[in-house]
Ligand binder design. Structure first.
Ligand code: CU
Length: 463
């Protein structure tokens, strides 16, 4: 019943937005196939994904691969991407981390058109800024754990700089993490902790880092002395992860695609849903190694990939990294961030759904659509969002169409780390600043699919 109510609310909105968006984005019937003017075509369709030999799951994917095709675009060079929706449900594609107009952004709350099953849509935009971006479904999933970000509908989108060399490395490897085969469970029934008033959460049976479960895909083959750039993405529906490459360390060069002021070297990376990290690894420890989740359950269900040096043999080795706390401020710069023109307090809370129910989420005591607008900005001004996660769950909060600068993590001031998604640990505070430099409706939401579907979203509007 609850699911139906929520579906109705978001669907009603979808239809309205679709009509409005149609004026700015061309729509074509499915029969017309790829348009001559499209630089890329993405077809969303059912797909049987072989996680391991004999282990096949049904999902939806882009062009029959998981992850979808990696799109390599040039900063500022206009691109046309034709998206054909054969997924069987109303859908749309969000270009995560790009500063593009609301109609092209792929968020129905901003007025982007929905693509009905059997229809296609031509997205056209000039990609910016350069860096590791990605694209994924921004449809609602509600109770259906085969849809949207629970599915195989995700891929890398790398924007190369308009000019110049992106960096010094010998090899580039893109790895996206994802969880599969989810089901709704009551954690209290499994004696896993949360209080009895907690609602349903998703539990998964399998996971991948790359295209197959650990040990079942092609290994990443490297040579001693190489510098490998890994572009890493957490494309999971709602699970934060931590990754390590046994026997090696990561030098972080960019977070969410944006170069960091301090290229700190770490043993493990924490990536919440939607976050990316570009890291350089010096291949200086020959062997056969596991690159995978530091969480044993996650790794045992498949989240990992084998890294194999030339002329080495044997079983892949997993060596857990030393325990360390993840801290964005490690990558910050000297000095303090600019003073904002205005501060906005945003408090995140949970309304527990109780046994068998779904939890609801609020920002300043309101859920979507009562968070439209969340607040209003004026072009050119700098806003500080003072984020207060007053809940026992972790939230990766994502700002569309803009980047923000992390200015405080807990009690620690920092500057210079530019992101579009920040992980808010349970009962934590952070502050992020953004400049209102891309007029148009702007969605702000938790990137956990279930949290967003259950109210954790708001719209920032321009005056
Ligand atoms: Cu959340």
């Amino acid at each position: 019943m609850r699911v139906l109510e929520n579906s109705f609310t978001r669907r009603g909105l979808l239809l309205g937005a679709s009509a409005a968006g149609a004026a700015v984005v061309s729509r074509y019937g499915h029969a017309q196939a790829a348009l001559p003017s499209a630089d890329h075509t993405i077809r969303i369709a059912p797909f049987s994904l072989e996680l391991a030999p004999g282990r096949v799951i049904k999902t939806t994917a882009y062009n029959g691969t998981v992850p979808g095709p990696a799109l390599r675009l040039r900063e500022g060079k206009p691109v046309a991407i034709n998206v054909i929706n054969d997924s069987g449900y109303p859908n749309l594609v969000h270009w995560h981390g790009l500063m593009i107009p609301p109609a092209q952004d792929g968020a129905v709350e901003e007025g982007s058109p929905i693509i009905q099953p059997g229809d296609s849509l031509l997205y056209t935009f000039a990609p910016k800024p350069s860096g590791t971006r990605w694209f994924h479904s921004h449809a609602m999933a509600m109770a259906d754990l085969t849809r949207s970000t629970y599915s195989g509908e995700f891929g890398f989108l790398v924007v190369d700089p308009a000019a110049g060399d992106p960096g010094r490395y010998d090899r580039e490897v893109m790895l996206a993490a994802h969880h599969w085969e989810g089901s709704w469970v009551s954690m209290q029934d499994m004696k896993k902790g949360p209080p009895p008033d907690n609602g349903l959460e998703v539990m998964y049976k399998s996971a991948t880092l790359g295209d197959r479960m650990l040990g079942h895909g092609e290994p990443i083959r490297v040579r001693q002395g190489e510098r490998v750039l890994f572009r890493l993405l957490n494309a999971s529906g709602n699970m934060g992860i931590s990754l390590a490459l046994s026997g090696h360390r990561f030098t972080v060069v960019a977070l969410d695609g944006n170069p960091v002021p301090t290229q700190a070297t770490v043993d493990a990376l924490k990536l919440d849903v939607g976050e990316r990290a570009d890291v350089i690894v010096e291949m200086n420890n020959p062997g056969i190694w596991v690159f995978g989740s530091t969480d044993d359950d996650d790794r045992n269900m498949g989240m990992g990939v084998v890294v194999e040096y030339e002329n080495q043999s044997g079983e892949p080795r997993w060596a857990p990294p030393p325990k360390a706390t993840w801290d964005y401020a490690l990558f910050g710069g000297p000095g303090s961030a600019a003073v904002p023109d205005e501060s906005i307090n945003l408090k995140f809370e949970k309304i527990p759904g109780g046994r068998g129910g779904y939890n609801r989420w609020t920002i300043n005591s309101k859920s979507w659509p009562d968070t439209n607008p969340l607040f209003t900005v004026q072009r050119g001004r700098r806003y500080r969002m003072v984020l207060d996660n007053n809940s026992g769950d972790e939230h990766p909060v994502h700002l569309h169409r803009h980047s923000f600068e992390i200015t405080k993590v807990g009690d620690k001031a920092t500057s210079g780390v530019i992101k579009d998604t920040i992980s808010m640990p349970r009962y934590s505070k952070s502050e992020v600043d953004f400049v209102a430099d891309n007029p148009g409706d702007t969605l702000f939401h938790c990137h956990h699919q279930d949290h967003m579907d259950e109210g954790f979203a708001g719209l920032i509007t321009y005056l």
